[in-house]
Design a protein around this ligand. Structure first.
Ligand code: FE2
Length: 342
């Protein structure tokens, strides 16, 4: 049934316990002192130790303190002449399951051994279950982490694919989205935003003009000034872009950036005349980055106005059209940090 180790300096006690328990079908090994017990423990695994307390040399307390933590699969019962509940409690605190006093009573020994083995088995099953559970949780967590990473990579790839489509169709905007994304990201870093917010601004910037694929290319690439009807058509790219991205569960506020990047803090923008309170920090940053990049670069209908006029524009309208924090971050980048548009 079980593999037992009996540790007692008295040969008669060892023999008595051994006979009693062998008769119950257990396999019994005897040790006359703690040293012998230790070497037996090294060579074999025991389900239960029945151990004396007072022995010549090392006592049972010191032996238990040493071996119980090292052999968690081995239970212990003390069999002793010391009838003292304080001593018994000290052993229970160490993790000993039973405390029997001599003279040895056969029935009490058999009951104590049976109980100790049953409890020990339950605890072993519980430990295995816990270990299994922990490894299952670790596996599932790893699988989930991989899924999240895969989804993230897919979304990043999707944003880059959309950007490539837009830039292929509209050569004049080629690079515009990327430069807005890079400037927006630098501004977000300057404003100490979180990593996911910074990434969101970059991703949103990369495709903020996606709606331009819905605008006739003759209008997009028309040299010279646009008439009011043409301008109204161009303005539709915000809503058209929103319709393209609104149902994709991006990790970032891309739909808002696409929809709102021409809104102004004072409600003078388009398409919905939102005001500052309606606009998230990500949108406010892209609004400023978009204006600065657009003014600084060449457009089909006008030559580049230059970075100085772009910065003057946002500075003049800081707090009215443009978010002051975003303006400050942008001005600091260009004027103090030597930032340059690619
Ligand atoms: Fe735009």
């Amino acid at each position: 049934m079980a593999n037992l180790l009996i540790v007692d300096d008295e040969a008669q006690i060892r023999l008595m316990l051994s006979q009693m328990l062998t008769a119950k079908g257990h396999q019994c090994t005897c040790a006359a002192d703690p040293d012998e017990a230790r070497s037996l423990l090294k060579g074999a695994s025991f389900d239960l130790i029945l151990c004396d307390i007072n022995m010549p040399g090392e006592n049972g307390m010191s032996l238990m303190r040493d071996i119980l933590p090292r052999y968690p699969d081995t239970a212990a019962i003390m069999v002793t002449g010391i009838d003292d509940h304080v001593v018994a409690e000290q052993f229970f605190d160490l993790g000993v399951y039973g405390y029997l006093t001599k003279p040895i009573d056969r029935t009490r020994v058999l009951i104590a051994v049976a109980n100790a083995l049953r409890r020990h088995e339950l605890e072993r099953i519980n430990r295995e279950y816990q270990a299994g559970l922990e490894s299952l949780v670790a596996q599932r967590t790893e699988a989930l982490r991989e899924m999240v990473q895969t989804k993230h990579r897919t979304l990043v790839g999707m944003v880059h694919a959309i950007a490539a489509i837009v830039e292929n169709r509209d050569p004049y905007t080629a690079g515009h989205q990327r430069r807005v994304a890079e400037l927006g990201r630098a501004m977000a870093v300057k404003l100490k935003m979180t990593a996911i917010e910074i990434e969101g601004i970059f991703m949103g910037g990369l495709i903020h003009d996606v709606g331009k694929i819905a605008i006739p290319s003759e209008i997009l690439s028309k040299p010279g000034r646009l008439d009011p009807i043409e301008f109204e058509l161009i303005k539709r790219h915000t809503t058209a872009g929103y319709e393209i991205v609104k149902d994709t569960a991006f990790d970032w506020p891309i739909a808002d950036i696409v929809h709102q990047h021409h809104e102004k803090m004072d409600g003078s923008g388009y398409p919905r005349q939102l005001v500052g309170a309606d606009l998230s920090p990500a949108v406010r940053i892209i609004c400023v980055a978009d204006v600065v990049e657009a003014m600084a670069s060449h457009r089909p209908y006008r030559p580049a106005l230059g970075i100085a006029s772009a910065l003057a524009e946002i500075d003049t309208h800081s707090g009215t059209k443009y978010d002051p924090d975003s303006v400050q971050a942008c001005l600091a980048l260009f004027k103090k940090d030597g930032y340059r548009l690619e």
